[in-house]
Write a protein that binds this ligand. Structure first.
Ligand code: NAD
Length: 299
């Protein structure tokens, strides 16, 4: 049994903390929202009256917060989680934040005498509840080894991607790939419709040909061919456009700071930013097909 503090018990953190309790760990939690605290208490999480109190006497601190600013603020420079934790505590940040912020967080944690990994996840709220998240980890071999048994009850897969920031790098690259492929698949379906192809015919060919990808065969943007995809339930997420747009913003930060010549990454970030702004934020990201259809001219 490991003593764990869990900071940020929202849509993802709540069920993740619950899975740690189920695995027999002692979990103390804190969130700013009373309803999140109540839901966690019902799952067996011990509730602390502040974040510093939650981390004061544990071996591992997990943060699952909205953004890099939230993480760095919570870690603190003077007072904060880093100062409140006992020496050699393992800090695991599972929030999706920029690579640069993840490296700063690791540096500050190490300077304060702690271990640190970035461990963002993919798999969404369903994966968090089922304990099947994919964790992408950045940090030293030793810290990764210490984190593995703690991540296990929340994970379907845990991949060590490299040193500090490498987990966030893998996450941002994967999601940029996903966004580009979703827009590509969606444009192809609209073009197919205009050429008189049925969606099923295009799916039957592309799903076993070189167009095959996750955006097509799992999250298919048209209703019918893949019964479980969000297109079959009016594009209810799934993976919401607001979250995809946030992740593409982080990809843009990385593209800018590394000077990468990424024409499609830049374009797709703009496509999703605009879609979110024009009312698409709450839909699954495959809903972009409706905007492509709307913006296409009638023959
Ligand atoms: P959420 O908004 O539901 O939860 C975040 C929680 O953090 C909230 O309950 C908020 O009250 C709490 N919080 C904020 N500041 C705090 C502080 N200083 N101390 C304690 N609690 C604080 O968000 P979420 O959907 O759980 O996402 C969390 C992170 O996981 C984000 O970085 C997100 O990008 C990432 N993520 C989300 C999904 C998803 O499908 N929701 C999937 C993968 C990754």
């Amino acid at each position: 049994m490991t003593s764990i503090a869990f900071i940020g018990l929202g849509n993802m953190g709540g069920p993740m903390a619950a899975n740690l309790v189920k695995a027999g760990h002692s979990v103390t939690g804190f969130d700013l929202v009373p309803a999140a605290l109540e839901a966690a208490r019902e799952q067996g999480v011990t509730i602390a009256s502040s974040a510093p109190e939650a981390v004061a006497d544990v071996d591992v601190v997990i943060t699952m917060l909205p953004s890099g600013k939230h993480v760095l603020d919570a870690y603190g420079t003077g007072e904060g989680l880093l100062a409140a934790a006992k020496p050699d505590t393992l800090f695991i940040d599972s929030s999706t934040i920029s690579v640069d912020d993840a490296r700063v967080a690791a540096k500050r944690a190490n300077a304060a005498g702690h271990r640190s990994i970035d461990a963002p996840v993919s798999g969404g709220v369903m994966g968090a509840s089922a304990g099947t998240l994919t964790f992408m980890v950045g940090g030293s071999e030793a810290d990764f080894g210490k984190a593995q048994p703690v991540l296990e009850p929340m994970a379907g897969r845990v991949v060590h991607c490299g040193e500090a920031g490498a987990g966030q790098a893998a996450k941002v690259c994967n999601n940029m790939m996903l966004a580009i492929s979703m827009v590509g698949v969606s444009e192809a379906f609209v073009l197919g419709e205009k050429l008189g192809l049925t969606n099923q015919a295009l799916y039957d060919v592309a799903s076993t040909a070189s167009g095959q990808c996750w955006a097509l065969t799992t999250n298919c943007p048209v209703p019918g061919p893949v019964p479980g995809s969000p297109a079959n339930r009016d594009y209810k997420p799934g993976f919401a456009v607001s979250l995809m747009s946030k992740d593409l913003g982080l990809a843009m930060d990385a593209i800018d700071s590394t000077g990468t010549h990424s024409q499609l990454g830049t374009l797709v970030a703009e496509i999703y930013r605009k879609f979110a702004e024009e009312g698409g934020a709450g839909f699954d990201f495959s809903g972009i097909i409706n905007q492509i259809r709307d913006n296409s001219q009638d023959e």
